[in-house]
Design a protein around this ligand. Structure first.
Ligand code: PLP
Length: 418
């Protein structure tokens, strides 16, 4: 226990106060209150090393990559490709060429839906998603199904917010071509058994499996070879890196067989009006000038996280989640949405009789940032019969004291709004 009566992390080697100093924005005062940032599932704050890397890029390194012979262009091309290597190692990709740098998770999924879809999906084929997907992992498949006359099938969830694996097995059939499922639910926090799900798909024929890792990469050690997934997608801005940049990992055999997603500068070996020969991986999928400072910044963010240690981050965040769950569920009328025993540090809830938006507004008055609404998971809201939730999502830079303040703020909201 510390002086405020809150527990300190049992992994007391975790230097949270020192770590918080790495994030300049955490010192912010809002309306006279210290910022308490619990909207990490939307986007995470950036450590100074990332901010400095982006600043340094513009002050000392700015040039376009992959096509200049001059000093700056060559140096920044090296830095960008070094970042690709860092990203590849972070997820244990077998080859750097399997790491495509995109605008973010949404673009990564759209790339696969468009390019894989063009080549491998025909009328009557089936694509499986789950009921807990973010809209970004529903709509590209819905569009593809409409375009090709394919069929979208949905894995249902139980009341704890877990995928029903028996139903999943039954959905897989001879026409199943692709399964797209989230590793961690952005609304429920559920960590899905994706390795097991991939193994099940492997037993059913040549089915590609795409994992939406937007909410997993910041919390879990991801190993794409161990998972044996065909595609893995995530966003830099949720991983303490700059926004506007993300990753598509894809197995070489698929990426080589897929047509370019967008065509343009950077994607080619030779262009004539009669025929164009496209570049090898990864450039075939990286049309136009990429988010150079973003890619470099993401590499720096990953190195920063590795410096702390992903498993230490996971342990710390689990403790915060457990502490918050125990505290908040004692508040009268509060119901947690998403009660799986395997969760990342995302805590969604509703309070009987109160609108999530009103709760969020009252918390904001005391400097606490949470997210309210449907979290881009409307089918999930429909499943639970609610318009939205309040979502507090924790990062390793959050503290028990901040969770105590959330509890106080929620009690205040109940008093004011009831
Ligand atoms: N998938 C999940 C599970 C998410 O949580 C999000 C964003 O919240 C996305 C996809 C989309 O990510 P982005 O907006 O970075 O493309």
């Amino acid at each position: 226990m510390n002086t405020a009566g809150s527990p300190t992390l049992s992994i007391n080697v975790f230097p949270v106060e020192k770590i918080r100093k790495d994030f300049p924005i955490l010192a912010l005062k809002l309306k006279g209150h210290s910022l308490i940032y619990f909207d990490n599932a939307s986007t995470t704050q950036k450590p100074k090393v990332v901010i400095d890397a982006v600043k340094k890029y513009y002050e000392e390194e700015n040039a376009n990559i992959h096509r200049g012979v001059h000093h700056l262009s060559a140096a920044v091309t090296l830095a960008y490709e070094k970042a690709r290597g860092t990203i590849g190692k972070f997820i244990n990709a077998g080859k750097e060429e399997e790491v495509i740098i995109t605008k973010g998770t949404t673009e990564s999924i759209n790339l696969v839906a468009s390019s894989f879809g063009k080549k491998f999906i025909s009328a009557g084929d089936e694509i499986i998603v789950s009921e807990m997907e973010h809209h970004s992992n529903i709509l590209p498949w819905q569009l593809l199904c409409e375009e090709k006359g394919a069929v979208l099938k949905v894995i249902p969830i139980n009341e704890k917010g877990e995928l029903i694996l028996d139903s999943y097995k039954k959905l897989i059939g001879p026409r199943t071509k692709l399964i797209a499922v989230t590793h961690v639910s952005n609304t429920l926090g559920t960590i899905n058994p994706v390795k097991e799900m991939i193994a099940i798909a492997r037993g059913a024929g040549e089915i590609a499996v795409l994992i939406d890792g937007a909410q997993a990469a910041p919390h879990l050690q991801v190993d794409v070879q161990d998972l044996d997934c065909d595609f893995y997608c995530f966003s830099s801005h949720k991983l303490y890196g700059p926004s506007g940049v993300g990753v598509l990992y894809g197995k070489e055999k698929w990426l080589n067989a897929m047509p370019p997603y967008q065509a343009g500068g950077g994607t080619i070996k030779k262009v004539t009006f009669a025929k164009t020969i496209y570049a090898d991986l990864p450039l075939k999928f990286e049309a136009g000038t990429p988010p150079i400072e973003g890619g470099i910044g993401l590499g720096v963010a990953i190195r920063y996280l590795e410096g702390i240690g992903i498993s230490r981050i996971a342990t710390c965040e689990q403790e915060l989640l457990n502490y918050a769950t125990a505290k908040l569920q004692k508040i009268e009328g509060l119901r947690i949405i998403g009660t799986s025993s395997t969760k990342a540090s995302v805590l969604s809830f509703v309070i009987e009789g109160l609108h999530p938006l009103d709760i969020g507004t009252i918390l904001d008055q005391v400097g606490i940032a949470v997210r309210t609404g449907h979290h881009c998971t409307q089918p999930l809201m429909e499943h639970f019969g609610i318009p939205g939730t309040v979502r507090a999502s924790f990062s390793f830079y959050n503290t028990f004291e901040e969770i105590d303040k959330l509890e106080e703020g929620l009690k205040k909201a109940v008093r004011m709004l009831s």
